[in-house]
Design a protein around this ligand. Structure first.
Ligand code: ISJ
Length: 158
């Protein structure tokens, strides 16, 4: 991975904040693609340390600059850990903006992939995921960086 991409992929602060800063005059928005309750993918269950037959809340979004998707993200949290957190009510507000305001937020190590996201038909250059913990809440956030972002920021393709 080139150092340009490493800076994005290995960052552990808010990706929302980084995209807004990098976007300059472009307008940042979150497009809600899908939100549902269902079973996790097997590898998501493993990453969360739960049984694959436990219900999870799933949220899939595109993070856009001037309406063009730069990142797609899928976040998954076991229903049992969501109690009291009205995350489903976020709509098109960024999950990251909420998350990084929470005191005592713990982020587990990042995992990186060059596989395509399975939840949406989109090319991706790099993907990454990590589990956030906040009180009872366990939230697996998976983010995939799209070629449009590389084009707009003049980043190399890998
Ligand atoms: C975790 C963050 O939240 C971002 C916003 C998301 C959303 O609104 O669903 C999902 C994943 C992230 O790309 C972040 O900003 O770092």
């Amino acid at each position: 991975m080139s150092p340009h991409w490493w800076r994005w992929v290995a960052s552990t602060d808010s990706l929302t904040a980084r995209l807004i800063a990098a976007g300059g005059a472009r307008r940042f928005s979150v497009r809600l693609l899908r939100q549902r309750v269902g079973y996790p993918f097997a590898d998501e269950a493993r990453a969360l340390g739960i049984d694959a037959k436990r219900y999870v809340w799933q949220r899939e979004v595109a993070l856009c600059l001037d309406g063009s998707p730069w990142v797609v993200a899928r976040s998954v949290a076991p229903l049992a850990t969501l109690r009291g957190q009205r995350l489903y009510a976020l709509g098109e507000r960024s999950l990251g903006s909420w998350l990084f305001r929470q005191p005592g937020l713990d982020r587990r190590p990042l995992e990186v992939t060059d596989n395509l996201p399975r939840f949406i038909a989109a090319d991706s250059l790099w993907g990454r995921r990590s589990v956030f913990r906040h009180g009872r809440l366990a939230l697996l956030v998976q983010e995939y960086f799209l070629p449009a972002m590389a084009d707009e920021l003049g980043l190399p393709s890998r």
